[in-house]
Ligand binder design. Structure first.
Ligand SMILES: Nc1nc2c(ncn2[C@@H]2O[C@H](COP(=O)(O)OP(=O)(O)OP(=O)(O)O)[C@@H](O)[C@H]2O)c(=O)[nH]1
Ligand SMILES: [Mg+2]
Length: 243
């Protein structure tokens, strides 16, 4: 195993080519909701569809993926907080839809951490999630995470196909789908290039409407791909003024 991956070691096309880091789209005068991590607040846990919070029109994005893929860690990195979301080596840790407000009150957007799906996920979490995506009007984008080392499993393909159908049936007016590759540090440079290529094709096969992956590592210092993820969230929530 190698942890040598670095911005410089990454193949050029992974970070500079087809899907460039979008920091350059930010106007110097625009303000990032992620600029002040201290203003982020945990809003509460939702275990039943009736408990979904009233956010008075705040845009919302959700982070999903198989148990243990790194959802809560990714969310902490995006929020610039060490442990506002609880993480664990043991799969199945997050057991509710956990809401985080980003920005000073009343906030600029809500970020939602979801329980994992797959063999360690529980059926009732699946039911809650299905009801959530079917009805939540504030939802702008679903971030679906895949472990670089494990690639896509059948449950991932099934989830992608299901979400793709939902996007198509609403003509993309309700939410869009963005893929994210986690734990890029767990593969060496040759393997990560191959893994990304396979994951990209499998995503496209299962869900042609899903946007190609943002590649991340939350253990690299500095973290990798997180600034790109923040810009992506700001854009989909209408918070970036393009110059
Ligand atoms: N090497 C490496 N490990 C990571 C990375 N991100 C997360 N992890 C580890 O992966 C494990 C699971 O992380 P979580 O963030 O709790 O995963 P989760 O998807 O929220 O898990 P559940 O809530 O159980 O579904 C933890 O031990 C993390 O430290 C990463 O970028 N690189
Ligand atoms: Mg979690």
């Amino acid at each position: 195993m190698s942890v040598s991956l670095s911005r410089h070691a990454l193949p050029r096309h992974l970070h500079l080519g087809k899907h460039p880091v979008v920091a350059s789209t930010r106007s110097k005068s625009s303000y990032s909701p992620f600029a002040n991590p201290g203003s982020t607040a945990f809003m509460g846990s939702v275990t039943s569809i009736k408990q979904l919070p009233e956010l008075n029109g705040l845009p919302e994005v959700v982070v999903i993926g198989r148990a243990n893929v790194g959802k809560s860690t990714f969310l902490n990195a995006v929020l610039g907080r060490r442990d506002i979301a609880h993480t664990s080596k043991k799969a199945g840790h997050t057991r509710a839809l956990n809401y985080y407000r980003v920005g000073d009150e009343p906030g600029q957007l809500a970020l939602v951490d979801a329980p994992g799906y797959g063999s360690r996920g529980r059926r009732e979490w699946g039911d809650l999630f299905s009801a959530y995506i079917a009805s939540r009007e504030e939802l702008r984008r679903i971030y679906i995470l895949f472990n670089a080392k494990h690639g896509l499993k059948e449950t991932d393909k099934g989830m992608l196909a299901h979400l793709h159908e939902q996007c198509l049936s609403s003509h993309g007016t309700r939410f869009t789908l963005q893929s994210v590759i986690t734990k890029a540090d767990t593969l060496d440079d040759d393997d990560i290039t191959r893994a990304i290529s396979t994951i990209r094709s499998e995503i496209f096969e299962a869900a042609p409407t899903c946007l190609p992956p943002i590649i991340t590592s939350c253990v690299m210092r500095p973290v990798f791909g997180i600034e790109e993820a923040r810009r992506n969230i700001e854009e989909v929530c209408g918070l970036v003024k393009k110059v």
